[in-house]
Design a protein around this ligand. Structure first.
Ligand code: BGC
Length: 839
């Protein structure tokens, strides 16, 4: 079988110097009595030799070189005369196309068992961002790396060649050539070098690389030798070699040692990973006989000759030439820039619009964007240009803002005048005893709600009575179940059946969701709201929740504002154990542990998903803070939902779970409140409808029970109860019923009495708070404070934010965690995952 060696000299290795030194250089002479069987080296020797001197870069980034062509010529020559290379392609001053074509041709002609050497001398480059290295062909254009030959291309071509060839060696003499090496740096194995060794490695495939330097600049014209230092020493080793078989590894190490001892460069060598290297070795076959070599070996060892190089500054001169030409080019560019700035400054004085001036400065920046490495003048001029642009921008923005301010002020003044006129008319009508709104007596209303607990029912009765007093007929449609989940399901079924009630309890964005499906228009109560000027009676935030048709028309009426984040506690139990209301979660945990040890149930909780969610949102606001709550729960930011703060929140949830009792699953919220009232349990976390239960039982805050917001940074979780009024009502009495009910709900006196019973505070801003208890007063004061300081947050558990799909996703994970031993990390991960899937 014909065996050939393919030699490829390349630039891609990255061996550590420690490894190279340890390995040393061991040239083994073949004994004449047992010559290596050459069939293993019977393939053809081929070479592609490239040398680039004459760079023709329109941007002058790549100056011409002095020695690359001479280097390549000398390499081609020695390969032909001393090492019997049969086919050598010599490319001088190769373009990108020449190089790629030559590689392709080589890949086509190469045969099994050939040895292929590829040598390159010329500029190299490294992209600092991508860390990709390149050969620079003579037609390269400035920094445009699409005109370069990337390492990845070289590597691919080598792999194709190595597919067929037995041995491939790539030698690269260029700057940054070491970048190729970073793609693979496994060293070759160290075998005992005897005849068998040669036979063995000659048979195995090799793809090796020798590169002139790592990521450093490589010298051109070393000591006036007309060669680069790397090629100079590389050639020197090839010339000095007296062995028949000269291994690429030895040649690499010898060259590396000579170059790094004598210059600032450190060549690198190794194998090209992923191209089929199988532990083989590229051999240079010297055209000398084994006998001659044997003779030489028998001579006495001589000391090493002095090195042949002589002192020279020629290489430094070359650098100086280059540097001077670059500096000169920059001086010229700076001159152009200085002239240009003068032009723009003059233009800037002209009586033209700011946008034209800005454009002139913009063009200046675009025309001179490159950083002058020899001066800071360019930078200052660019700064001047940016300042002009910024000034114009600021002026324009200020002008715009001024116009807007004036328009807003005008609009506000007009609105205010309108309001005053409306209020005056309203007062006049009131004084004259005229009916305020266009409501007819005798309306009827079927009202769907879930207010069935003691406190809730008592509060609702106030509304029923008021409605009856107006002459209305109330048809009660209660659907029991705290938080309204069951009521909402019944309501949905009625709506789907095309038979909505006259009004129903509904909250937050669900109001607009129902409007979007078309069951709320034509908004009969808007007429009442306009006549009674609800806009002036409600805060804009509450008013917005009540509006449909793109927040322009009232379609719902608010009864109250509930606060969610409350601790309720039995005073006697706390006093008996010397405990105060906790002002931090740690204090709560400590108090709860103490109570638990004393046999009291620390935390009364009803194991229903909406109650778990109620507790969770209070803990989230408390531990996460206002911004976190906004990000995670309102904006559904995935990092916040699945992050470390959420893990802490679940940690606290786990602690709370530990303070509950066995009867928790399925328990109604008012039963849990009852446990606190009786002293069976100490604390409950619940919205202030719980206070409706305390009040209904005749208990007083500060005397029988305590109320205190759960610990947070002035946060306030709000929940507005409201009634929505549906469209599609058949008969005038139903429409009248809607109008009458809406008017009742917004009645000032009604809002007071209702909320005294319900535990909440009035939605109307003008209801005096003096008859309310300390918890309600605290709620009203905190509401004001938090709305001014960014703490006012919508309750998701009670439908004031999020669509139902996202609310459900959060609630499900919270409940699953609370009712299992799921880790906090896992819960946070699942929370983010569930919300993402629901979007
Ligand atoms: C409602 C309250 C009600 C509570 C318990 C909340 O969603 O806003 O009015 O009392 O659920 O049913």
């Amino acid at each position: 079988m014909k065996k050939t060696l393919l030699i490829l000299l390349s630039l891609m290795l990255c061996w550590s110097t420690a490894f190279a030194a340890e390995r040393g250089i061991k040239r083994v002479q073949l004994s004449s009595s047992a010559p290596v069987e050459t069939p293993y080296l019977s393939g053809k020797y081929r070479a592609l030799v490239i040398g680039n001197n004459d760079y023709d870069d329109p941007e002058k980034l790549w100056p011409s070189l002095k020695t690359a062509v001479a280097d390549a010529e000398a390499i081609a020559e020695i390969l032909k005369t001393d090492y019997g290379f049969a086919e050598i392609t010599l490319l001088k001053n190769a373009t990108r196309r020449d190089i790629v074509k030559a590689f392709n041709k080589l890949a086509k002609t190469v045969q099994d068992s050939d040895s292929v050497l590829i040598y390159y001398a010329g500029h190299g480059s490294l992209n600092e961002d991508t860390k990709e290295g390149f050969w620079i062909p003579v037609d390269a254009e400035g920094r445009d790396d699409s005109t370069f030959v990337p390492n990845s291309t070289i590597k691919t071509k080598l792999s194709v060649i190595a597919d067929k060839a037995r041995h491939v060696l790539l030698v690269s003499d260029s700057c940054f050539s070491g970048a190729l090496l970073r793609e693979g740096n496994r060293g070759m194995s160290l075998d005992q070098k005897n005849e068998r060794y040669y036979q063995k490695v000659a048979k195995k495939k090799s793809v090796q690389i020798l590169a002139a330097g790592g990521l450093e600049f490589v010298d051109d014209n070393y000591k006036g030798t007309r060669h680069s230092p790397f090629t100079y020493y590389f050639l020197q080793s090839l010339k000095d070699n007296n062995d028949r078989y000269f291994e690429a590894t030895d040649l690499s190490q010898e060259t590396s040692r000579n170059v790094s001892v004598n210059t600032m460069q450190t060549p690198e060598s190794g194998v090209l990973q992923g191209a089929g290297h199988a532990g083989g070795e590229f051999f240079f076959l010297r055209n000398k006989t084994v006998e001659a070599l044997s003779k030489m070996e028998s001579k006495p060892a001589l000391p090493k000759k002095p090195s042949s190089g002589s002192f020279s500054l020629a290489d430094l001169d070359a650098h100086a030439d280059e540097e001077e030409s670059v500096r000169k080019a920059w001086q010229q560019k700076q001159g152009e820039m200085n002239a240009a700035v003068k032009q723009v400054r003059i233009y800037n004085q002209r009586n033209v619009s700011p946008s034209l001036k800005t454009e002139a400065w913009r063009r200046f920046i675009a025309g001179f964007s490159e950083d002058n490495p020899y001066s800071s003048e360019d930078e200052n001029l660019r700064k001047e240009a940016h300042n002009h642009i910024d000034n114009w921008k600021t002026q324009q923005e200020q002008l715009k803002a001024k116009k807007k301010r004036l328009a807003d002020a005008k609009r506000k003044a007009e609105e205010e005048r309108k309001k005053q006129r409306a209020s005056a008319a309203l007062r006049q009508k009131q004084e004259a005893g005229v009916t305020l709104s266009p409501v007819m007596a005798g309306g009827e209303a079927e009202v769907l709600h879930w207010w069935t607990s003691g406190g809730e029912a008592k509060a609702l009765q106030v509304l029923k009575d008021d409605f009856a007093k107006k002459g209305g007929t109330w048809k009660d449609m209660p659907v029991a179940g705290g938080g309204g989940n069951a009521a909402n399901a019944t309501l949905k079924a009625r709506i789907i059946a095309g038979d909505p009630p006259t009004a129903s309890q509904i909250k937050g964005p669900t109001i607009q969701e129902y409007d979007e499906v078309g069951v709320v228009a034509p908004y009969h109560i808007h007429e009442v709201a306009t006549a009674e000027n609800w806009d002036s009676l409600l805060s804009p935030q509450v008013a917005n929740h009540m509006k449909c048709d793109g927040f322009t028309k009232y379609c719902a009426a608010p009864v109250n504002i509930h606060r969610i984040d409350w601790f309720w506690a039995n005073k006697k139990v706390l006093d008996a154990h010397g405990l105060k209301m906790p002002t931090s979660w740690d204090e709560f945990n400590a108090a709860a542990s103490k109570l638990q040890a004393a046999g009291i149930i620390p935390f009364a909780h009803g194991g229903q998903p909406w109650q778990d969610a109620t507790v969770f949102e209070a803990v989230a606001l408390g531990i996460g803070g206002n911004e976190f709550y906004q990000k995670a729960i309102v904006e559904l930011d995935m990092d916040a939902l699945g992050g470390s703060t959420m893990v802490k929140i679940f940690d606290q949830m786990r602690k709370l779970q530990g303070f509950t009792d066995k009867g928790m699953p399925g328990r109604d919220w008012n039963v849990a409140t009852g446990m606190v009232m009786s002293g069976k349990a100490a604390f409950q976390i619940m919205g202030d409808w719980a206070k409706g239960e305390f009040s209904n039982a005749g208990l007083k805050p500060g005397i029988d029970f305590y109320c205190l917001p759960t610990p947070s940074n002035h946060g306030y979780l709000y929940n507005v109860d409201s009634f929505i009024f549906y469209g599609g009502m058949k008969g005038k009495s139903k429409i009248d019923g809607q109008k009458m009910l809406a008017s009742s709900i917004m009645g000032k006196n009604f809002q007071k009495i209702f909320n005294l019973y319900k535990g909440s505070i009035p939605a109307r801003l003008d209801v005096p708070m003096d008859e309310f208890d300390m918890c309600a007063k605290k709620s009203a004061a905190d509401l004001n404070y938090s709305s001014m300081t960014g703490g006012l947050q919508p309750s998701f558990a009670h439908g004031m934010t999020l669509r139902n799909a996202q609310k459900g996703a959060i609630q499900d994970v919270v409940t699953e965690h609370f009712n299992s031993s799921m880790s906090s990390n896992e819960a946070a991960r699942r929370l983010a995952q569930a919300v993402k899937a629901s979007l």
